[in-house]
Design a protein around this ligand. Structure first.
Ligand code: SAH
Length: 230
């Protein structure tokens, strides 16, 4: 079994790559795919770049060229609900592209027209094993629910109110739903695990810089615990 691990930014994969025993690297679509062993598993770990297009292309390459059996997306995200704070963990059980909008036709915001699903559901077993990993890290606050993605760094209180009301989203970021979408099309089980870097409100970019290192540490810790038990 090969697990594809995707992060958007170098800093989100740094710790993981330092602990990986690398067997081979391949560059495709300007992305470096690192093949090797990590915490007892065969993995391909890759930094995809920011946003939905980069992450979808990356997930498709993992599917088509590396034939991965599962995909895990880790990284940082903005917290939406008031109870969620920097450093907390959010495990997605489903994802939606919040910037998909054909509401002029009467579709719901986020609905991809002519698609047979509204949300992309994460694999139950992967969600369970992420949950277990969190149970073993009791000092981390963990939330499970919907993550929404769009090509926007959300830093606006009105926008997060809308994301919460419209999608009941716990968290927002820029890659998870497009990875989920790609995995759905390829029939590959996936999960998205994020740690909060900011509260997606005014000043989020400042928090993002401050809290990203701790958020990366936390999401990597959960992934490590998860892989060690897989
Ligand atoms: N200029 C910044 C851009 C970061 S974009 C830089 O290059 O560092 C933010 C990244 O973190 C994306 O990969 C996204 O998935 C995640 N993220 C964290 N907080 C977010 C928020 N409030 N809204 C959207 N994405 C967020």
């Amino acid at each position: 079994m090969i697990i594809g691990i995707i992060a958007a930014m170098n800093e989100e994969l740094e710790i993981l790559l330092s602990e990986m025993s690398l067997e081979e690297t391949k560059v495709k679509a300007n992305m470096t795919f690192n093949k090797g062993k990590l915490w007892g598993n065969d993995v391909v770990a890759v930094v995809c770049g920011i946003g939905k297009v980069n992450s979808a292309i990356c997930a498709q390459i993992l599917a088509s060229e590396f034939q991965v059996d599962k995909v895990i997306n880790v990284g940082v995200a903005g917290g939406i609900s008031k109870e969620i704070h920097p450093g907390d963990i959010v495990i997605a059980d489903n994802l939606v592209e919040h910037d998909m909008d054909t509401t002029s036709f009467g579709d719901d915001p986020g609905q991809i027209p002519r698609m047979d699903t509204f949300d992309f559901k994460c694999d139950i077993e992967l969600v369970e094993s992420a949950k277990k990993a969190c149970d073993n890290n009791k000092d981390l606050n963990t939330f499970i629910g919907r993550i929404v993605s769009g090509d926007v760094f959300v830093a606006d209180i009105e926008k997060i109110k809308w994301l919460e009301k419209e999608f009941k989203a716990l968290s927002c970021e820029m890659e998870g739903a497009s990875i989920a979408h790609t995995c759905y099309l390829n029939n590959i089980p996936f999960v998205v695990i994020r740690s909060i870097s900011d509260n997606a409100n005014n000043g989020a970019h400042m928090d993002f810089q401050k809290f990203t290192p701790i958020a990366v540490k936390n999401s990597t810790a959960i992934l490590k615990e998860m892989l060690l038990n897989m």
